[in-house]
Ligand binder design. Structure first.
Ligand code: CA
Length: 224
């Protein structure tokens, strides 16, 4: 799960953010001032930083500038109490990825966090090629040696999940969460059937898969 550093000097707000993000399953660390924040962010790997602008010792802008200068690339979401456009622009110029104006709804912040993490994880490329297959995710088209293939939307999602994790084993329940959605009831057999179909459409020799590899007792790995 993603690790988030929350930098906020106002105790009630800080605690609220911490509780809320933990409920979402994130690991959360709090920092109360800019100096601590800048230090912790360089000592520990964080996937995302929520950074208040008005902080003791060092303000959020300075912290952001310092982290970017140190070569850290994790997404930074600035919290600004002001609605001045200049603040937002300055934050973005200093390398913040997004900003949220106080007061904000926890739901809005959660959505921004999720989006920033998704962008940072690279998502999937718009186009991907392996073997004779060309996939265009923007157009939902896949071709084999130039000839259009008939992939269902679910097969596109499966393929995207594989490409995102290429070279790594995906367990069936990871595929289930990522493709069908958490809480859906789908048997292993159904997952296997879809992968068989995907192989029929995309493998040069479906009976001897080269790209969609079964890893016995665990799941599948995409070697494309
Ligand atoms: Ca503050």
């Amino acid at each position: 799960m993603a690790r988030i550093l929350v930098v906020e000097d106002e105790p009630i707000l800080a605690r609220g953010l911490e509780d809320d993000l933990k409920l979402e399953g994130y690991e959360v660390e709090l920092a109360r001032d800019g100096e601590t924040a800048a230090r912790r962010a360089q000592e520990q790997p964080f996937d995302l930083i929520i950074l208040d602008v008005m902080l003791p010792h060092k303000d959020g802008f300075e912290v952001c500038r310092e982290l970017r200068r140190a070569g850290l690339r994790m997404p930074v979401i600035m919290l600004t109490a002001k609605t001045q456009e200049s603040d937002k622009v300055l934050g973005l110029e200093l390398g913040a990825d997004d900003y949220v104006t106080k007061p904000f709804s926890p739901r809005e912040l959660r959505a921004r966090v999720k989006a920033a993490l998704r962008r940072a994880s690279g998502g999937i490329p718009e186009a991907y090629r392996f073997g004779e297959i060309d996939v265009d995710f923007a157009r939902y088209e896949a071709r084999r040696a130039g000839k259009l293939l008939d992939l269902t939307p679910l097969e596109f999602k499966l393929l995207a999940a594989f490409i995102r994790s290429r070279g790594r084993v995906l367990q069936r329940d990871q595929l289930l969460d990522g493709v069908w959605g958490r809480g859906t009831f789908v048997t292993d057999r159904v997952i296997d059937t879809h992968i068989t179909n995907l192989r029929k459409k995309l493998e040069p020799e479906p009976a001897q898969p080269r790209y969609f590899i079964s890893v016995r007792g665990v799941g599948y790995r995409f070697d494309g």
